[in-house]
Design a protein. Structure first.
Length: 642
């Protein structure tokens, strides 16, 4: 907290709300106009790394969440320049790097981090967030005073921070299933974007981007031969994993049995000493939900000490805990299993490596194939045919009036007729415009019209940075800037840190990411095979069945839970009186969806995901806004101070 109203009491109330992020120690720095508070999860320098940490003359102080993986190399460089360290922790790099490089301190950092750095001499605060957004950082400005924290619930400990819903963020949520930064669901709270720094001084904030994904294919890290790229990938991924194994506490890995996590575990086996612990989650329902045989196959092949959590249902209490820790509603069905596998892993290790990011680097999803292939076909269409198609396309009925097959047909035609900025954003939508129009109340529609942002997809603006790149590169860039940090990484961070477990993602290593974004499309998708180059890398490391296994979305038996043990809870949480509390959604539309789902059997994956999203939003509203649902006191500290 920095500014004229900086108050130790406020920061002391904020820290207990995130005790799960740092159960090992607590620290404060208090001076007129600034209060820094910290909850520490000790990973490096267990005895000597408590925060806040300062420079030699105690004029620069920092609090920080994350890991700087190349800290040992950077420390040697800074010591050679005359800097004196008093701890063995990676945190201390920040204060000395700032002394040496000023605002460019992040340029040499390889890691995941969210930090606040205070310069007592200049009365300047710097906030920084890692390049890909592995660690969250939120802030709220109250006049000339800035509050910042790793989680929203900490900011809400101050009663001056409004709990008012941002209508545009609500529209984003029901469009995409998440809120895209810098917005949050709360009108007065923002996210610092990945790869950005904020400077706050004299009551004013300025934000700048210090890093971006490479937007040009030049400066490739190797010659443009497949074998050279394969060697580069092997070397780069091994280095990324080796750096992420540095720890003073036990390290394990999440292992789903899919390609991404299996490659990580195989390369960990090369470098880890002693038993390697792996963790997976499976469901006890019939159907495609039990994938434990794939994880078991990899665990046996690599001789890991494997642990499974078998889920036999869900409960309102579990869902409430998940929503509390997410801070915002996120319609990601994997939130619950990520919570559960994290709970088991924390009983054995304090750090896990994960497979996050591989799909966005190497084109692991079906929509990447379609945008790539359809754009190739578009270049072969005669210009008159292309113009005629674009002229006739608006006459087609939309997906809401034309049914599922019409919606799919529209997607194909969009990709065939229009550039990616217009066609790719159709993918990933939770609800189409017709569905949202039925769901929204008149009041929400009026508010959105006043913002003049109705129907705007927040992903559109990112296409302008890569409009001259191939369609596949554009899609990967946009997802890495939006979906990856705002849904996937947010989910992993919040669900692991809820159990004081640190998750590290080797695929998101800076050098690996920058090289992968210069890799030609032919090495990512070939003859309909996704992640072609990664599969080649995996061949000598893993069983053939794992290398050739097709991408399989993580299936969670929400349908079985909804029509079974959770049905009374769903009816209670989505009752018609709940929607009238906030006035943003049409209670009649929600009741119609419930009737279609439970009475008429419309229980497909799309309908189930929409029901999950509706439930998440209303549960979040009852927990955070009305506070009608109380979270167990063991999970939070709800006292507010001014």
């Amino acid at each position: 907290m920095v500014g004229r109203r900086a108050n130790r009491g406020v920061v002391e109330a904020m820290c207990p709300t995130i005790v799960h992020r740092g159960p090992d120690s607590q620290g404060f720095y208090v001076q007129p106009g600034v209060v820094l508070g910290m909850r520490r999860l000790s990973i490096i320098d267990l005895a000597g790394g408590d925060q806040p940490i300062h420079n030699e003359d105690r004029t620069i102080w920092t609090v920080y969440n994350g890991e700087i993986y190349n800290f040992q190399l950077l420390r040697k460089d800074l010591e050679s320049r005359g800097h004196c360290f008093y701890t063995r922790s990676d945190t201390e790099l920040l204060v000395h790097s700032y002394e040496e490089f000023g605002q460019e301190l992040c340029a040499s950092l390889r890691g995941m981090y969210a930090f606040a750095l205070w310069n007592e001499s200049t009365r300047e605060l710097i906030l920084g967030r890692d390049r890909l957004g592995e660690k969250p950082l939120y802030y709220a400005q109250l006049g000339d005073t800035l509050l910042f924290a790793s989680e929203i619930k900490a900011l809400l400990s101050c009663h001056e921070v409004s709990r008012e819903i941002d209508p545009v963020s609500l529209d984003q949520y029901f469009t995409l299933g998440y809120v895209s930064g810098p917005r949050t669901m709360f009108r007065g709270i923002s996210k610092l974007l990945p790869g950005h720094q904020m400077t706050f001084t004299q009551g004013r904030a300025s934000i700048r981007r210090y890093w971006d994904l490479p937007t040009a294919a030049s400066e490739m890290p190797c010659n443009d031969r497949e074998e050279d790229w394969l060697e580069w990938l092997d070397d780069s991924l091994q280095e990324a994993i080796r750096l992420r194994l540095v720890s003073d506490v036990p390290v394990g890995a999440f292992l789903s049995g899919g390609l991404d996590s299996s490659v990580v575990v195989a390369l960990m086996r090369r470098h880890a000493t002693g038993p390697l612990k792996t963790f997976s989650v499976a469901f006890d329902e019939d159907g495609d939900y039990d994938e434990r045989q794939h994880a078991r196959e990899v665990a046996r092949y690599l001789s890991t000490d494997h642990h499974e959590v078998i889920v036999k249902g869900s409960s309102p209490d579990l869902l409430t805990k998940v929503i509390w820790h997410l801070d915002e509603p996120i319609a990601d069905e994997a939130s619950v299993p990520t919570w559960l596998v994290s709970e088991v892993a924390r009983q054995h290790v304090k750090v896990v490596l994960t497979g996050e990011g591989a799909d966005e680097l190497f084109a692991g999803y079906g929509q990447y194939f379609y945008v790539h292939r359809l754009n190739e076909l578009q270049t072969q269409l005669p210009l008159p045919i292309l113009r005629l198609g674009r002229h006739l396309f608006p006459l087609l009925p939309d997906g809401g009036r034309g049914g599922m097959w019409m919606e799919r047909g529209r997607k194909v035609l969009l990709g065939l007729l229009y550039p990616p900025a217009q066609s790719y954003t159709q993918y990933g939508h939770l609800m189409n415009s017709h569905q949202r129009n039925k769901l929204y109340s008149r009041e929400l529609k009026r508010l959105l019209e006043s913002y003049q942002e109705t129907g705007d997809d927040p992903r559109l603006g990112y296409f302008s940075h890569v409009f001259d790149r191939p369609a596949l590169d554009q899609a990967l860039y946009v997802d890495t800037k939006t979906w990856l940090p705002d849904e996937l990484l947010m989910k992993v961070d919040k669900m692991t840190m809820a159990h004081s477990l640190e998750a590290r993602a080797p695929y998101l290593d800076q050098k690996l990411v920058e090289g992968a974004f210069r890799m030609p499309a032919r090495l990512k998708i070939r003859n309909g095979v996704f992640k072609y180059i990664l599969r080649r890398l995996a061949q000598p490391l893993l069983p053939e069945t794992i290398c050739q296994r097709r991408k399989h979305a993580f299936a969670v038996p929400y349908r079985e839970w909804f029509i079974g043990p959770l049905r009374p809870f769903i009816y209670d949480i989505l009752g018609p009186e709940k929607g009238r509390d906030h006035g943003f959604l049409n209670p009649g539309t929600i009741q119609e969806h419930l009737r279609d789902y439970f009475d008429h059997g419309l229980q497909g994956p799309k309908e189930t995901r929409i029901l999950w999203a509706l439930m998440c939003f209303q549960l979040w509203y009852d927990v955070f806004v009305t506070r009608r649902i109380k979270v167990p006191t063991a999970l939070c500290h709800l006292e507010q101070v001014g």
